[in-house]
Design a protein around this ligand. Structure first.
Ligand SMILES: [Zn+2]
Ligand SMILES: [Zn+2]
Length: 376
C-alpha cells in the first residue's frame, strides 16, 4: 500500500474541513486502524501512522497552510518549509505507542505502588556427598530488610504520612497526549500515593535497612552444578513495605577425590594389576551411599573396559531411583619387580605361544604380511 496519499484523502475530509471535523475524522480512523485492533496487520499499522502524520500536520494552521501550497515538501523541511526537522514532530506518536501499547505488546508488567524488592543471588559450593544425600545448610546474607523502627513505612513512628498532592493518593498521574490519556507512575511519590513528612531516623525514609539474616536452606538430594534454589520472599525487601524479592541459591559442585559426575552417572577409573586382569578377581568401590560395591573383574579384561553397577549412582532430583556407577578399568603394568618376580615372568615368557594374546598376535601377523608385500 502506498502511503504517499494526500493528507485530506487519508483523513477522509474535504480540503475546506474545519478543525473539529478534522479531529473527529482522525479520531474515528485512528480507532479503526489501531494496531491493537488489527494485530499482526502491517497495513493497518502503516495506515495508522500515516493518518497520525497527516493529522499532526493539518491540525497546525501554519503547517496546514504550507501543505496546501507546497504539499509534503512544504511540511517536511523542504525548500520554504515550516517547522524544521524532518519528522521531528512525530516523536510523540512513538510515545503514544509505547504508553498505550506497551502492555498489549508484551511490555513490562504492570506495576502498582512502590517497587518490589530486588532478587538476590547467593553462590554456594557443596560436596558430592551432600548432593547425594541432600543437606540442610545455614547461610548468612546481608539484605536490605524491612525497618523495624517504622515497620517499613519510612515515616518516623507516631508521625503520619501525607497523601501525595501530585497524584491525590492514586500513585499515578494522567497526562493528555494528542487524543490519548496517558497514565504514568507519579514522579513525586513513585507510585506509593503517600509522601513522608517526617522520615524515620533508622532508615531515612526508605522503610528498609541492611541487616544480616541467617537463613536455612534445604538442599534436596540429586542437585547438580547450576541447580537453583529459590527462597521466596528472602530477597531485598521492597521500598516502603512493598513485596520483597526472592533469594536464589546457585549451587556449585566441589571436586570429588574419586568420582566424576555426568547427570546421575558416577564415574571413576580403577587401575588394576595385570595379574588381576589376567586371572580375574574383584575390587571394592565404596559408593556415596556408604556401602561397598564389589565389582567382579572377569579374567582377561582389557584396559578401557567399563563396568557398570546399576543404581549405585546419583539420585534423580525430585524423582525416584538412582543412576549408575561406572568403573573404567586401567590395567597397570608393574614398574617395580623383585628379582624373584622377574625370574617368574621370564619363565612365563618361555612358555608363551602367542595364543595368550590374540589381539597382539593378530596385529603383528598383519605387520609381517605388510612387510612381506613391500619387500616382495
Ligand atoms: Zn524506618
Ligand atoms: Zn504521588
Amino acid at each position: 500500500m502506498s502511503l504517499d496519499i494526500d493528507y485530506y484523502e487519508l483523513l477522509e475530509v474535504e480540503r475546506s474541513a474545519d478543525d473539529a471535523t478534522l479531529k473527529a475524522s482522525y479520531r474515528k480512523l485512528a480507532m479503526k486502524y489501531h494496531p491493537d485492533k488489527n494485530p499482526g496487520c502491517d497495513d493497518s499499522e502503516a495506515r495508522f501512522k500515516a493518518i497520525s502524520e497527516a493529522y499532526d500536520c493539518l491540525k497546525d494552521p501554519q503547517k496546514r497552510a504550507a501543505y496546501d501550497r507546497f504539499g509534503k515538501a512544504g511540511v517536511n523541511g523542504g525548500a520554504g518549509g515550516f517547522g524544521g526537522g524532518n519528522g521531528g514532530d512525530f516523536g510523540d506518536i512513538g510515545d503514544i505507542f509505547e504508553s498505550i501499547f506497551g502492555s498489549a505488546f508484551g511490555g513490562g508488567r504492570q506495576q502498582r505502588g512502590p517497587a518490589r524488592g530486588a532478587d538476590l543471588r547467593y553462590d554456594m559450593e557443596i560436596k558430592l556427598e551432600d548432593a547425594f544425600a541432600g543437606v540442610t545448610r545455614e547461610i548468612q546474607v546481608d539484605v536490605a530488610a524491612r525497618c523495624d523502627t517504622c515497620d517499613g513505612s519510612g515515616a518516623k513512628p507516631g508521625t503520619q504520612t501525607n497523601r501525595c498532592s501530585t497524584c491525590a493518593g492514586h500513585g499515578k498521574v494522567r497526562a493528555q497526549q494528542g487524543f490519548f490519556m496517558v497514565e504514568r507512575t507519579c514522579p513525586t511519590c513513585q507510585g506509593a500515593g503517600e509522601v513522608i513528612a517526617d522520615p524515620c531516623n533508622s532508615c531515612h525514609g526508605e522503610g528498609r535497612v541492611d541487616r544480616r539474616k541467617t537463613l536455612t536452606v534445604n538442599i534436596p538430594a540429586g542437585v547438580d552444578e547450576g541447580t537453583r534454589i529459590r527462597l521466596s520472599g528472602e530477597g531485598e525487601s521492597g521500598a516502603r513495605g512493598a513485596a520483597p524479592g526472592d533469594l536464589y541459591i546457585f549451587l556449585h559442585m566441589a571436586r570429588h577425590k574419586v568420582f566424576e559426575r555426568e547427570g546421575t552417572t558416577l564415574f571413576t577409573r580403577a587401575p588394576i594389576s595385570f595379574t588381576t586382569a589376567a586371572l580375574g578377581g574383584e575390587i571394592g568401590i565404596p559408593g556415596l551411599d556408604g556401602r561397598m560395591h564389589d565389582i567382579a573383574i572377569p579374567a582377561g579384561i582389557q584396559s578401557g573396559k567399563q563396568l557398570r553397577q546399576r543404581g549405585a549412582g546419583m539420585p534423580v532430583l525430585n524423582g525416584r531411583g538412582h543412576g549408575d556407577l561406572v568403573v573404567q578399568i586401567d590395567v597397570e603394568t608393574p614398574t617395580k619387580l623383585t628379582a624373584r618376580q622377574k625370574e617368574l615372568l621370564c619363565e612365563f615368557r618361555e612358555t608363551e605361544t602367542g595364543d595368550e594374546c590374540p589381539a597382539s598376535q593378530g596385529f603383528f601377523g598383519r605387520i609381517k604380511e605388510m612387510w612381506d608385500d613391500l619387500t616382495e
